[in-house]
Design a protein around this ligand. Structure first.
Ligand SMILES: Cc1cc2nc3c(=O)[nH]c(=O)nc-3n(C[C@H](O)[C@H](O)[C@H](O)COP(=O)(O)OP(=O)(O)OC[C@H]3O[C@@H](n4cnc5c(N)ncnc54)[C@H](O)[C@@H]3O)c2cc1C
Length: 814
């Protein structure tokens, strides 16, 4: 039998009858498109696993896509429709799973939690009756005419049937077959294992008091955070009757695979439940009981969370693209997966409407869709991985986006001109959530083992001579230094198998800062003014000078870079041999304050002052640390009794580096030290694996030009020696380190560092199309395509790119 349609009408084939495919089908159908959905399962009940999904910031778009009569039926899919929806039910509380203390509560205005299966049933029913869903059709391949871009795509299914479609949308989930077919190399499209497991249990306690205990925690759902796991509990299916004993509840658990591996065969059913009961102990009540009370035979599944960082692909002239989990499978943190799927479905519809109306050619409309979906998706996927990492360490929980930014979207429309009213409403709603981001209750802080004093005291006093990499610069010129560096820093050895770079311990590096103490800032309220552009927040103190946003995303990036540097430098916070009697330390351009706080912890007898243009440091810091909001190029920060002045990643953003070095010199006591830790943003490669037209290199070259428009020289870090000398410093030394971009080296630590560096590069990508590339006169589409290519290039571990990090330190004459 052939499924060939033989139709000449423009039609859309959707692969996959998951939530994304079904929602897209409704949106397209509502707007007059001819749609067919192809699903490998033979019946909707073939995939019985259920869980709850919160529809939050994308709710306005979700409703826009559905016909009115289905929106009215939405309560049928809600986990608990028998509620007065108010501020309390439209919130998501997060508890300390070990103490039961409420950590924070995120507002989710207008959000509704649904059963995935019930929503799927609701969305599928009508499409099924209309014969739109073709069950039992597993996509196996596709072909299309090479000549004409307007020709149809022929889809081939495993049962031997075919179907011709003008447009194809792949909504076939995280291991998408269509994604695999779109990429030349299998591995480029392959989903990655995250190393984080998740379990879902659906429970009928058959006991009203137990259900009441769940409802008392929260009438919809709540989250718990513990040292080794994250959990959730709430209502799964509410019955109309007042008899709570008939209600069904659920719980969820997430943990790191390497900490508690799952025995073979224990991934579903009773064995999974037994395993989970045996390995989940010590939770505060009532959370422990929710698990212990679970009756034998309850539905229970365990799985490893997977992700794939969205990358560009050849969309065959706009005829084929992806949406939902097929486009950006991510970890379930902050419930973002389906929100982005909704946005995809909405933007895909907008693109096809433009094509139909003749406003845009197919190729450019879908390429713009792709650029947005890939950029947004890649960012969300990376955030979800980072979120999982931060969630497993009590010291870093407060850095989670969930704690700092709630469940809102940070998505900014790439092209506001194209924004529909519903888009804007969604973004506005999201911002409302994000504004109320700071928890009323401070996240739990386990002081943990006090940071190791002996190591701390010992490390800063280490003589630079002990470092094999330190090169005296008084007598050597730059060329000599570089030659010596090359001799002492042989090329990084790449992994034998580029594919073997996704070990679970790649993300095992955690680094946080202790925030549980009192401190102060000298922040005045006027400094809190900010400028918003392109949906991002820019600092306002000297607005226009620093074209990098100062909102939470940038802060995350700073903290991540700190973690990477700690790994790179073997836990050393600096190389300057400052001795152990330092009393006063200045951290110029302190950013999130993470370095200052850590130094303050390690050197409790020193007063550490961080100076920055933006008041973005935490209020909770060690008592010997404080922050000053000031312009280090102009302000009144000169101390004249400092023992040590530290700057990290500052030389490229300072307008007058020489002036700041002179001021630092003035600030220091005789014999005091300065250290500058700087990334030279030139992409290097030792083994010829990077082609001249490398897209990552190209993006960096553009950014050099763009940043120079703002008076910044991103390669200055390699030329600091004469500037230090001119400022009066002597005993000038430098440690140069090669930092791989991506997890391509053989050495495991370097792989972790490379992974972090790659994430730092990926994180800066969304920033570039804003002010920097706009300053070069690039259009949004041009910028997005450049970024998309670079993102794709970054994923290629056969290209061995690296940066040089320079650690310059020098002394004021004693
Ligand atoms: C426990 C949990 C909680 C979550 N909570 C939230 C939340 O609160 N908020 C949120 O936004 N997101 C949440 N998510 C994410 C959300 O569930 C997913 O993003 C969403 O369901 C993805 O839907 P999809 O249709 O893209 O993919 P899928 O549901 O995987 O659907 C893909 C479909 O394609 C079919 N298919 C696969 N291969 C083929 C083939 N070769 N041919 C034909 N058909 C094929 C599959 O059978 C399937 O029906 C959560 C996820 C989990 C696991």
């Amino acid at each position: 039998m052939s499924a060939s349609n033989g139709s000449s009408v423009a039609n859309v084939a959707i692969i996959g009858a998951g939530l994304t495919g079904l929602l897209a089908a409704h949106g397209l159908r509502k707007n007059g498109f001819d749609v067919a959905v192809f699903e490998r399962a033979h019946h909707i009940a073939d995939r019985p696993r259920d869980w709850t999904i919160l529809i939050h910031w994308a709710m306005p778009l979700f409703k826009k896509l559905l016909p009115e009569h289905l929106i009215e039926k939405l309560p049928e899919a809600l986990c608990n429709p028998y509620l007065k929806f108010d501020e309390e039910s439209e919130s998501l509380p997060v508890f300390n799973g070990e103490t039961g203390e409420l950590l924070f509560k995120n507002k989710v205005p207008g959000a509704r939690r649904v059963s995935r299966q019930r929503l799927r049933g609701l969305l599928a029913h009508e499409l099924d009756e209309a014969g739109i869903i073709r069950w039992g059709k597993r996509l196996a391949g596709f072909s299309h005419g090479e000549e004409s871009e307007a020709g149809p795509v022929q889809l081939q299914f495993e049962d031997g049937t075919t179907y011709d479609a003008n447009y194809v949308l792949g909504a076939d989930g995280s291991s998408s077959k269509l994604r695999q077919l779109l990429f030349d190399k299998d591995e480029a499209a392959r989903v990655q294992l995250s190393g984080f497991m998740f379990a879902t249990a659906i429970v009928q306690y058959g006991d009203a008091a137990k259900v009441q205990a769940v409802l008392k925690t929260h009438p919809v759902a709540a989250i718990t955070m513990s040292k080794s796991s994250v959990g959730g509990c709430g209502v799964m299916y509410a019955e109309a009757s007042n008899d709570l004993s008939r209600w069904t509840t659920m719980w969820v658990k997430i943990w790191r695979k390497s900490v508690t591996p799952v025995p073979e065969g224990a991934t579903a059913g009773q064995q999974a439940l037994d395993y989970l009961k045996a390995t989940t102990k010590g939770q505060a009540e009532p959370f422990q009981s929710f698990i212990d009370w679970t009756p034998d035979g309850s539905e229970c599944y365990i799985d490893e969370m997977k992700y794939w960082v969205s990358q560009p692909f050849d969309n065959r002239g706009g005829r084929i693209t992806l949406a939902g989990d097929a486009a950006h499978p991510m970890l379930i943190y902050r419930g973002q997966g389906f929100q982005h799927a909704i946005l995809d479905a909405s933007h895909y519809l907008d693109a096809l409407v433009q094509v139909r109306e003749g406003a845009e050619a197919l190729g450019s409309a879908i390429s713009a869709y792709d650029a947005d979906m890939i950029g947004r998706g890649a960012k969300a996927v990376q955030q979800s991985v980072q979120e999982a990492e931060l969630s497993m360490d009590p010291k870093t929980v407060s850095q989670m986006l969930m704690a700092r930014q709630g469940h809102g979207s940070d998505y900014s429309l790439p092209n506001p001109d194209k924004a529909t009213q519903a888009d804007n409403a969604a973004t506005a709603a999201a911002n409302t959530t994000a504004v109320d981001k700071f928890p009323a209750t401070v996240p739990h802080r386990d002081p943990g083992p006090a940071l190791n004093q002996s190591t701390m005291q010992g490390s800063p006093t280490r003589s630079p001579a002990a470092s094999p990499h330190a090169v005296p610069h008084e007598q050597n010129d730059r060329q000599q230094h570089q030659q010596q560096e090359e001799e002492q820093h042989p090329s990084i050895i790449p992994a034998a198998e580029p594919d073997e770079v996704h070990d679970e311990d790649e993300f095992a590096l955690t680094d946080g800062y202790e925030t549980a103490s009192t401190g102060s800032t000298s922040v005045t309220s006027s400094v809190y003014a900010h400028t918003y552009e392109n949906g991002r927040r820019y600092q306002h103190f000297k607005n226009g000078r620093y074209p990098i946003p100062n909102d939470d995303e940038e802060l995350n990036r700073e903290d991540m870079k700190h973690a990477m540097l700690m790994e790179l430098c073997d836990g050393e916070l600096f190389y300057a041999p400052i001795g152990d009697k330092v009393q006063s330390i200045l951290d110029i351009g302190t950013g999130t304050g993470v370095w200052a706080i850590e130094v303050g912890d390690r050197l409790p007898n020193a007063r550490v002052r961080g100076i920055d243009l933006s008041p973005t440091q935490p209020a909770w810091v060690p008592p010997n640390v404080d922050f000053l909001v000031d312009d280090c190029e102009q302000g009144e920060w000169l101390d004249r009794d400092a023992d040590f002045v530290h700057l990290r990643f500052m030389t490229v953003v300072l307008k007058d580096v020489a002036g700041v070095l002179s001021r630092a010199y003035e600030s220091l006591k005789p014999g005091g030290w300065i250290e500058l830790q700087e990334l030279c943003a030139e992409i290097l490669c030792d083994d010829g694996s990077m082609p001249d037209n490398d897209p990552v290199k190209y993006m960096y070259e553009l950014s050099h030009r763009a940043f120079s428009k703002f008076g910044m020289d991103v390669t200055l870090p390699k030329r600091l020696e004469p500037m230090l000398r001119d400022a009066g410093f002597e005993n000038i030394q430098c440690v140069v380190k090669k930092v791989p971009i991506g997890p391509w080296p053989r050495d495991k630590i370097l792989r972790v560092i490379g992974m972090y560096q790659k994430m730092a590069v990926q994180d800066i990508m969304p920033i570039l199309p804003g002010r920097p590339f706009t300053a070069l006169g690039m259009s949004q589409v041009e910028s997005q395509v450049t970024i998309a290519h670079a993102r794709q290039g970054l994923a290629d571990t056969s290209v061995h790119r690296y940066f040089h990090y320079y650690f310059w330190f020098a002394q004021k004459a004693p």
